[in-house]
Structures are given as C-alpha cells and as structure tokens.
Ligand binder design. Sequence first.
Ligand code: OAD
Length: 258
Amino acid sequence: MEQGQWRKARRLVREARRVIALTGAGISAESGVPTFRDAGGLWRNYRPEELATPEALARDPRTVLEWYAWRRSALAECRPNEGHRALARFFLRRGEAGLVTQNVDGLHTRAALEEAGEDPPEAALPLELHGAVGRDRCEFCEARWPAEPLGDAIPRCSACGGLRRPDVVLFGETLDAGLLDRARRLAERADLCLVVGTSAVVYPAAALPLATREAGGLIMEVNVRRTALTDVAAAALRGEAGTILPALLDPQPAVKAR
Ligand code: OAD
C-alpha cells in the first residue's frame, strides 16, 4: 500500500468535520456474505430479473420468497467483521449520523449493537437504503414484521391480505423517499465521503459521493480494486475493508518521541 495515500487518508479523516460513509457488499465479503458483481457474486450466478424484480414477485412469488429465505438462512451464519466494527466505533465516537449502506444484511446494525454494548444511539445506526432482508413488509399497506420461515402457504398480511414480502428494494422499485432524502442531506453536508466496498454503479446510492464532491467535499475510497469512483477520489486505499478500516478510523496509539 502506498504510504502517501495512507498519510493523506489519515489526515483527511482527522481534519474532516462531518463524515459520511457509504458501504456496499464488499464490506460484508469478509463476513462470508457474497457480493453481487465480483467473481462468485450473486448476479454472476443468478438472474436478477427472475428473483429481484416486482414482476418476478407477481409472476412467481414462491421462487422469489424461497430465494430470500435461502439468503436469510445463509446470513444467519454470518457475523459482523472488523470493518463493520470499526465504522460502528467511529460513528459512536462522533455521536453524529453518517453511516449509509446499500446492504440488506443487517451487519452494520449488529456491529453497532455489539460495540455500544446496549441500545446504540441513532447516530451509530445505518440508513439502510435498500432495506433489510431480516424484515418483511406488506406489498400494499405499511405493515412490517420480522421475517419468518417460509411455510407451505404464501404469507399474507393479516390486515389487508397483501403479499407479505421481504422489505428490500427490488430492481425497478423506488427507494424510501424519506431515507434517501436524509442520506442526500448527510452527503451534501459532509466534507468527506468514505466509500467502502461498493462498485458504485447502482443509483441513486452511487450519486451520494458525487453529491459530497459537488458540495465541495472529498471522496475517499476503500476497495480491493478500482471502481468508477477511483479517478475522482482524493485518496484510494486498496485492500480489504476489515483490515483497512480499523487502521484508518481507530485512534492510533501515540508514537513516543525518542
Ligand atoms: P457489488 O458486488 O457491485 O460490488 C462489490 C464491491 O466490493 C466491488 O467493488 C469489490 O471490488 C469490492 N470488494 C469485494 N470484497 C471487498 C473487501 N473485502 N473489501 C473491500 N472491498 C471489497 O456490490 P454493491 O456495489 O454493494 O442492490 O452493489 C450495489 C447494489 O447492487 C446492491 O445493494 C444490490 C445490488 O443489486 C439491491 O439489491 C437493490
């Protein structure tokens, strides 16, 4: 890793008054959660139009619900890694909201719970732009429930009879407007946007770092490889998020002068 990039990255974090972090599937890769577009990623092996669109859900709800039930059971084995934990500690220390994720795996929330050791303050909890796979919602009304194992019958909302479906954003669906608005405001007010483990190709999330930049702030990237954002990043740290984030964000022990 180039020393100059590290020095610059540490300085940018130290000097930033407001930080937003945008994370993607790469931060959970070291927890054993598959990414989408890397070798072995979900969208390399499955067709999203058959599993992750409202049309697929209407046409063949069982197949879609079974796929999400499979993802949920795989996630039950996964734990937050040092990358999630370092971000949780960072936002707990700062007491200021700024963690925005595209991930639906709930690992940022679990890391915040574990690091806070009690009910974590709002500021340490992520804005989950694409929803949460551990939650269901009604296709029609506002009802939400913790996800339950899939039985023989297609699950229905007890209030209105709508399909009970995962509370995640499918391709072609719009994001929760309130959440997106909060994320945009965080991005516009931040002087540093830390972009971790995302290919930054799915909008509107991918526009958040650009919003920081357009408002005069800087982008810093943490990724195992180059992305669409690398060329506009003020610093780019190459490597695994679980190694880089603690080294970047945790307070470093003071070096004694000899
Ligand atoms: P992608 O699979 O597109 O990108 C994962 C990124 O993580 C790549 O840039 C990898 O290089 C990087 N990466 C992999 N392992 C890493 C590690 N250990 N440390 C750091 N970086 C690593 O996933 P996303 O960008 O999150 O949307 O995908 C965005 C959205 O597309 C997802 O939220 C999902 C998907 O369709 C919905 O489901 C709505």
